[in-house]
Unconditional design. Structure first.
Length: 285
């Protein structure tokens, strides 16, 4: 094509529309399809009935969907659980902390209840009438009718682009308006939560427009001035893709530090790809 007078920019011009269409499709997937898949899954589970108790629990995050209970489980394997921490606030104005090294999940037949059979348990306090820490070998915690009444509670990752942006802005406004009435720790928690939502939003956008970056990167990489350059181009391409994804995931790791603006750091790989593509095109021209 170059021998016939077709420039590199004209070759790349044919790829503008396909790259834009791919990015639009990715934006739709990341914004609409992916966030709502868990909701659809939950509705199906409600329709057919929940047969596995672990479907109600998630490891590695605090679950607040249970009435008056905040539950954290470090690891879930089949019906066994490890590293359990529970904050019981079912009595107004009183909090009981329950820790357990391990336990099992039990579903009584003919009942909608969910039971956590905990082992090596620490309760603080054991009784509100006589405060003090208590230790026991086993402790049963019943979550009444949870298998029937629990509704779907979306997490940050289950929201669309619009929902993430609006909710993050609302939380930031709440944190700014609460500085005179709330403690610094509560304000910082809200800011971190809002920043995590913005990081999810920007990371998804970066991944969605990555087809544009990689398609135009592939044009100069696909041109082989010499036969020996073929493997070199493949290796450099794989290295570039790996670096792009690594830099994108770095912003998620820094989400707990709003002062570093990790939501903007997510766009660094896009900027670097734009610079790299420009240099490669100029070199070949």
């Amino acid at each position: 094509m170059r021998a016939c007078g077709i420039s590199l920019r004209q070759v790349a011009g044919f790829l503008v529309l396909p790259s834009i269409l791919l990015s639009v499709a990715c934006i739709f997937i990341h914004s609409e399809i992916e966030p709502h898949k868990r909701y659809i899954r939950w509705k199906v589970m409600q329709r057919i009935g929940i047969d596995n108790a672990t479907d109600l629990l998630e490891e590695g995050r605090i679950m607040k969907m249970f009435d008056g209970l905040s539950i954290y489980i470090d690891k879930i394997s089949d019906q066994k659980i490890e590293g359990i921490r529970i904050y019981d606030e079912r009595e107004p104005g009183r909090i009981r902390e329950i820790k357990a090294n391990r336990g099992t999940i039990h579903m009584p037949e003919g009942s909608g209840d969910l039971e956590l059979l905990l082992e090596e348990v620490t309760l603080d306090p054991f009784s509100f009438d006589s405060p003090g820490i208590a230790y026991c070998g086993k402790w049963n915690l019943v979550l009444p009718n949870e298998r029937r009444t629990r509704g779907f509670i979306p997490h940050d990752g289950d929201q669309s682009f619009t929902e993430l942006f609006l909710n993050a802005r609302r939380i930031m406004q709440e944190s700014e308006g609460a500085e005179a009435t709330e403690d610094i720790e509560a304000i910082e928690t809200k800011r971190v939560h809002a920043m995590k939502m913005l990081v999810i939003l920007n990371s998804r956008l970066v991944l969605a427009i990555s087809p544009i970056c990689f398609i135009f990167f592939g044009v100069p990489m696909g041109i082989r001035p010499q036969r020996k350059d073929s493997t070199r181009g493949i290796g450099f391409s794989l290295l570039t893709v790996f670096a792009f994804l690594l830099l994108n995931s770095l912003s998620s790791e820094l989400a707990a530090h709003p002062e570093l603006r990790p939501d903007l750091l997510a766009w660094i790989p896009v900027g670097l790809m734009a610079i790299l593509n420009t240099l490669l095109f100029r070199r070949l021209n």
